[in-house]
Design a protein around this ligand. Sequence first.
Ligand code: FMN
Length: 219
Amino acid sequence: MSANSLENRRLVLTGLLAVPVGLALTGAPARAAGPGTAPPNRFRGGQSGSNAALNCLMTRRSVRSFMDAPVSGELVRRVLAAGMQAPSAGNERPWQFVVVTDKARLASLAQVHAYVHFAAKAPLGIVVCADLSKARLKGYWPLDMSNCTMNILLAAHALGLGAVWTGIYPEEERISKVAEICATPEGIVPFALVVLGHPAQSPSPQGRFEAARIHDNKW
Ligand SMILES: Cc1cc2nc3c(=O)[nH]c(=O)nc-3n(C[C@H](O)[C@H](O)[C@H](O)COP(=O)(O)O)c2cc1C
């Protein structure tokens, strides 16, 4: 990784990196203001101010190449804590996690489908699983699991790690292959495999804001 990209990463972590012009939403206050007070931090003209959370989500990209260094247990715990903090329907929190560091098992996961081959060279994979025994509200658990997985990606980025969501659910064949590799019991559905580690690449933020997608009051 270049000194420049390392420096950018450090700035992201400290919340000092301004989101590139054109990435930011317009108009929305960054924090709710109390009654009668001006919002302390507004987006203006494509600027995000110094909001570290927004900088994190606006600069996150998928990372698929990692250094050999292991990820510390403390970093894994913080990433998982962020996953468990996700909103879920009825606050059911229907998640369980299989943390995979074993090289042979990572190599098996890397063969589950064509788009996860890089897991074989990663130090860590987190199989984010749905626990159907905790998911009582019909139809909501995939949404809960998506929120959880997204929180994990954002936390990884905020902590200076690189990560990518690789798809398992809703592909039946992938679900059963991962369930076998990770020996998950009945009622536990592998939902996503987050491959992560210390990044060996630093993809640039991408502007994806499209004003034409926004409709005022009616379509
Ligand atoms: C549900 C889902 C499944 C995905 N599956 C894969 C995958 O199997 N392999 C992969 O390399 N990336 C996968 N991705 C990552 C996307 O390719 C990536 O998020 C997208 O190209 C946007 O790029 P960005 O994450 O850098 O913003 C997946 C993302 C999501 C949300």
